[in-house]
Design a protein around this ligand. Structure first.
Ligand SMILES: Cc1cc2nc3c(=O)[nH]c(=O)nc-3n(C[C@H](O)[C@H](O)[C@H](O)COP(=O)(O)OP(=O)(O)OC[C@H]3O[C@@H](n4cnc5c(N)ncnc54)[C@H](O)[C@@H]3O)c2cc1C
Length: 461
């Protein structure tokens, strides 16, 4: 566990979230419950939330090692999007065309459900549904944009789902440099993630859920969660530990923790916003291989992130891995290249955290009825909304409610395990290097990179 005094400095979001970050009561002794949830991020909290609504008599317990919203849920880019880590063609291969389309529709509806539930609970998470603009800034990226539109059309999704913007239309939305075009989808909201996570923790407590903080689980087993302070005996045990999962016994190869890092600028003056735009707060990225993502915050900053931090041998996770000066420097340079209007605006916050990648890059949710063990995760970088769908689905599975949600193709999906070390380390870091190389190569040659295609096949992305 980390010192409680350090929670404020975890991210811009933790620094600016109202209310205290003083940990709530830890578990003090053995207790009995109906459902024991391990992990107080969005997955654990949404699951508790919908369980409490479905059946207020259920005794639901959340055990969180640090504080609610400590992990990726409190630190992310705040894209509450309809993105799902497995593409439509991949879902089609897994479960058929109709199931792939239904999954995508469920994700679209989930964006609105997050906004609705937050409003009902009085959680002001700065939810602004301004869509996403993904800029094409090289000819290769423009081709990729057109291919994405063609793929959406092939699955029957029209202009209201994803559309191609001309250079002029894209520049009007986001005043970036070298814009050749863009894709735009309306299905994304920008949020302040820690406000949502902390607000959700309060909401579930109001609904009667016991949230124990500073309570690390050491073992998850059928009908029980063992913690350092006592055991929770429960009919159902939910694993909601995402990037931290490899630290649990027997789960070393279940998921790979990959670090995504972010920076945030000081609040920018109106004169700068007049050039950058992003009115209505659409989230933004471009179509390079190594993911970048950003949002205009409600208090007028740019919050901007990307992958590229190294994977650590043995799926190790440490607070010191959250901060990589070279990656922060690269993010600041990239942001300046995107938006020259930024000038020498100061970076006030730098942070990062682990997200979880399953071997086949397909998130999953499920319940093993024989053991009562349930799980949800493997969202890669698309968990902000997907966790809500997971929470509703787990609530239906646990309460035995037959719904459309429990028939979605990710339900009960089992990803294969990752390779043992050192293969995992070699593969992950080679993949990250290849994606950076591919972006540089494409910038220089103007042609699609073979390195990217090869790594995509290797990683199954
Ligand atoms: C920098 C960054 C940017 C991102 N940007 C986006 C984005 O813009 N949009 C998007 O959709 N997704 C994004 N993601 C991914 C998204 O944040 C995650 O997919 C999502 O928050 C996962 O939620 P979770 O509750 O499953 O996991 P987490 O939020 O990581 O929660 C897991 C919790 O489990 C606790 N825990 C771990 N081990 C134990 C234990 N043994 N006992 C008790 N508790 C334990 C942890 O302390 C943690 O609080 C980003 C992630 C990162 C790191």
């Amino acid at each position: 566990m980390v010192p409680p005094a350090s929670y404020r400095s975890l991210s811009l979001w933790h620094d600016t979230v109202p209310g205290t970050l003083t940990p709530g009561e830890p578990l003090g002794s053995d207790i009995e419950a109906d459902v024991a949830i391990v992990g107080g991020g969005f997955t654990g909290l949404w699951t508790a939330y919908y369980l409490a609504r479905a059946d207020p008599r259920l005794r639901v317990v959340v055990c969180e090692r640090e504080i609610a919203g400590y992990g990726a849920s409190g630190r992310n880019g705040g894209w509450c999007s309809a993105l799902f880590p497995a593409s439509l063609p991949k879902l089609e291969r897994m479960a058929g065309r109709d199931a792939a389309i239904t999954m995508h529709e469920a994700m679209r509806a989930t964006v609105d459900e997050v906004g609705r539930a937050a409003a009902v609970e009085g959680i002001d998470c700065h939810f602004a549904k301004g869509g996403t603009v993904a800029l094409a800034r090289t000819p290769v990226q423009l081709e990729r944009a057109k291919a994405e539109i063609a793929e959406a059309r092939a699955f029957g999704f029209g202009e209201d789902d994803l559309r191609l913007l001309t250079a002029a239309q894209a520049s009007e939305l986001a005043g970036a440099a070298n814009v050749l075009g863009a894709t735009f989808t309306p299905h994304c909201a920008a949020i302040h993630p820690a406000r949502l996570a902390r607000g959700l923790a309060e909401a579930v407590r109001r609904a009667g859920v016991q949230v124990f903080e500073r309570t690390p689980a050491t073992q998850l087993a059928p009908r029980q969660v063992v913690t350092l302070a006592g055991t929770v005996r429960a009919r159902y045990v939910v694993r909601a530990t995402e990037g931290y999962t490899p630290e649990l016994p027997g789960l070393k190869r279940a998921i790979v923790p990959v670090y995504s890092l972010m920076i945030a600028t000081e609040p920018l003056p109106e004169s700068v916003w007049a050039q950058i735009g992003l009115a209505g707060r659409p989230t933004f990225s471009d179509l390079r291989h190594l993911v970048i993502y950003g949002q205009r915050t409600a208090d007028g900053r740019l919050a901007f992130g990307g992958r590229g931090a190294p994977y650590h041998l043995g799926s190790a996770i440490k607070p010191s891995f959250d901060r990589v000066p070279a990656v922060f420097g690269a993010l600041r340079r990239t942001l300046g290249e995107l938006f020259p209007a930024l000038g020498d605006a100061r970076v006030t916050h730098q942070w990062g955290g682990p997200l979880g990648i399953p071997r086949d890059w397909c998130a999953s949710v499920g319940l093993d009825r024989a053991t009562g063990l349930a799980w949800a995760g493997g969202y890669v970088g698309d968990g902000v909304s997907t966790t809500n769908l997971a929470g509703r689905t787990l609530a239906d599975l646990i309460t035995g409610t037959d719904s459309e949600l429990v028939r979605l193709p990710w339900v009960g999906h089992r990803s294969p395990r990752w390779e043992p070390e050192p293969l995992r380390w070699l593969g992950m870091n080679a993949g990250l290097q290849a994606m950076s190389f591919a972006d540089r190569e494409e910038g220089q040659t103007g042609r699609p990179s073979h390195a990217a295609a090869f790594m995509g096949r290797f990683l199954g992305a």
